[in-house]
Structure formats: C-alpha cells, structure tokens
Design a protein around this ligand. Structure first.
Ligand code: HEC
Ligand code: HEC
Length: 289
C-alpha cells in the first residue's frame, strides 16, 4: 500500500515535469526565445573570396592552379581530353566545323590554361564559372555553347557545332574541369581582353613597316603563316566577324603576346600594326545554317 502511494507520487511528478517542459517549449516559440528559430534563418551576410578571386584592382598576386587534365574523374576524363585535343588541333579533331588553318590555341595559348597577361594569350580558365554571361553581340545572356560557336563561325571561319554533339559536350566538359574550384560568378581577373586607354590615331603605313620588321619573319610577308605559325589574313585566317578582327581586341593581344615569346610593342606600335593587319583581305562572315 505504502509502495503504491510512492509510485503514484513519482509517476505524477514525472508526468507534470514532462508536460510542463513541453508547454514551456511550445510557448517559448511564440515568444521567439528559442535559439533554434534564430539559427535556421540566419544566412551569411558576406562571402569572403580568397585574394586570387577578388576584383582586378585588388589582386597583386594570383595563385590559382587549374587541375591537371589527367586528374579528371574517370567518368569525364575522355571528354576532357577530347576537349583539349579539339582546342589544340582543331582541324584534326573537329575538321567538319573548322574552316581555316587556325587552331583555338593560336589565340587561347596552351589550350587556354594560362592566367592571361604577358605571354598568356586569351585564358579560358574560369569560363565554366562565369557563363551564362551577357554579351553585347546578342544583347542577352549566352551560354558556353553559343559562345564557343561564335569562335567556330568567326575566328575559325567554320560551322557551328551541334549543341548535343560529342565535340561540343567535350569542349564544355573541358571548360568546366579547368574551372574547377572557382566559385560560380566570381570575378576572374585574368579573363577577357583589357582594352587600351589610348587616344593615339593608328598609322597604317607605319604599321605596315612594323609588320615587316617584327612580324613577317614568322607570319610570312603576305601574312599567310606557315606550318608552325598561323595566318593573320587571307583565305586561311579568321573572318571579318571575329573578335580578333576588332582593334580593341587585336591591339592589346599583340601588345601582350607578340612577337611571340618576346612581346615588345608599345601601345602605339600595337595600334599601328593592328590597323595594317585589319586593312588586309580576309574571308567575309556570313551567317551559316
Ligand atoms: C617568333 C615568331 C612570331 C613572331 C615574330 C610573331 N608571331 Fe604572332 N604568332 C606566332 C605563333 C607561333 C602564334 C600562335 C601561338 C600558339 O599557337 O601558341 C602567333 C599568333 C598570333 C596571333 C593570333 C593568331 C592569328 O593567326 O591570328 C596574332 C594576331 C599575332 N600572332 C600577331 C602578331 C603580330 C602583330 C606580330 C608582330 C608584331 C607577330 N604576331 C609576331 C609567332 C610569331
Ligand atoms: C583568332 C583568334 C581566336 C581563335 C582562333 C579562337 N578564339 Fe575564342 N576568343 C577569341 C577572342 C578575341 C575572344 C574574346 C575575348 C574577350 O571577350 O575579351 C574569344 C573568346 C572565347 C571564349 C569566351 C572567353 C571569355 O573570357 O568569355 C571561348 C569559350 C572561346 N573563345 C572558345 C574558343 C574555341 C573553342 C576556339 C576554337 C574552336 C576558339 N575560341 C578560337 C579569339 C579566338
């Protein structure tokens, strides 16, 4: 009898404690006192990027190393390697779509695996992180398929790759792999051409002389290149719809990269020699089916 009474007291006490705790938790939510409520809505206010990814002005040193192609996971390695081959030897690996004697790597040096700047050509590292991207040409956001086809139809004077083709899939996989680890829509300081701030009026005649002394030894006196140097004009070069046909791209490219290995053109010289190159004959861009 005595034991029963004790058990009754214990059970009642425990039950009251449980109900009490439950009720206080329940009401405290309405009062917004539970730490849980706060935790679940709090978002980081600011994303701090490593120095390598902050805007151009604030980047004295950049230490990003893209992953090696061989390290790509087995499931995508074949595509990554085909993408690399297409960029290095476009006429061989994407021959039906390639319309001249250039390869992508003639402008995107080392398959684009560079950090731009002096001797770096036009980098492609990070494009996988910053596309789709707005383009003036289309007045809309374009993805990497459309962007790549702009280079096929203009820089390569060729045909667009079908979006679902093995070759286009390989290129897009390659871009993504060499962009690995870069945050989506980070500011990538080495991408794109930095325009000149110059008021110099280009002198085509002076540019022609510069071409003879500084460029023709490799690119040929008729600008048509040879087996180891790409043509700058003529039937086998980029067409008049290409980015490289615009002085705003060609001049900074030449200033930073030409003569190859030992770029020494002043801004004014680069603008002059560009005016000469642009005045020469080349294929006309026409929209192809
Ligand atoms: C020592 C040889 C050499 C000299 C000199 C040289 N180039 Fe080049 N140039 C090359 C090579 C090789 C490439 C392709 C680089 C690659 O594939 O990695 C190239 C690529 C180019 C390209 C992009 C591809 C194309 O064909 O449109 C342009 C533009 C260019 N050179 C302009 C010039 C200009 C302008 C000069 C003179 C100021 C010049 N080059 C002097 C070897 C040279
Ligand atoms: C004659 C030089 C030239 C050749 C050859 C060339 N490109 Fe380009 N490419 C350019 C220029 C110029 C740009 C524009 C750079 C800029 O927007 O500042 C560009 C931009 C690109 C971009 C976008 C890069 C960015 O920063 O947004 C991709 C992707 C690209 N090219 C892929 C290719 C592929 C793939 C090939 C070969 C099929 C190729 N390119 C051949 C000159 C060339």
């Amino acid at each position: 009898m005595k034991n029963n009474k004790l058990a009754f007291v214990v059970i009642t006490t425990v039950a009251i404690a449980i109900v009490g705790a439950g009720l206080s938790l329940f009401f405290s939510r309405f009062l917004n006192l539970t730490p849980l409520a706060d935790d679940t809505i709090s978002m980081p206010q600011k994303t701090v990027l490593p120095p390598a990814l902050s805007p151009r002005e604030a980047t004295p040193a950049i230490n990003y190393a893209p992953p090696s192609l061989q390290d790509a996971p087995e499931s995508i390695r074949e595509a990554v390697l085909l993408g690399s081959n297409i960029i290095m030897e476009t006429g061989k690996y994407a021959s039906p779509y390639s319309g001249n004697k250039l390869t992508c790597a003639n402008c995107h040096f080392k398959g684009g695996i560079t950090q731009g700047g002096k001797n770096g050509g036009l980098s492609l590292v990070g494009v996988g992180a910053v596309y789709p991207k707005y383009r003036k040409r289309q007045n809309y956001a374009v993805d990497l398929v459309a962007r790549t086809n702009d280079c096929f139809t203009r820089s390569m004077n060729g045909l667009p790759l079908p979006a679902e083709s093995k070759e286009m899939t390989a290129l897009v996989t390659y871009y993504q792999w060499i962009s690995k680890g870069l945050p989506v829509y980070a500011t990538i300081p080495w991408l794109g051409v930095q325009p000149f701030k110059s008021t110099h009026t280009p002198d085509k005649t002076k540019g022609g002389k510069l071409f003879e002394t500084k460029c023709s030894v490799c690119h040929g006196k008729d600008g048509d290149g040879n087996s180891s140097t790409p043509p700058l004009w003529g039937d086998n070069s980029f067409n008049d719809g290409a980015g490289m046909y615009k002085a705003e791209n060609l001049a900074p490219f030449a200033h930073l990269n030409m003569p190859l290995g030992n770029p020494d053109l002043s801004v004014e010289d680069a603008l002059d020699v560009t005016a000469h190159i642009i005045s020469q004959p080349r294929p006309h861009y026409s929209r192809k089916p």
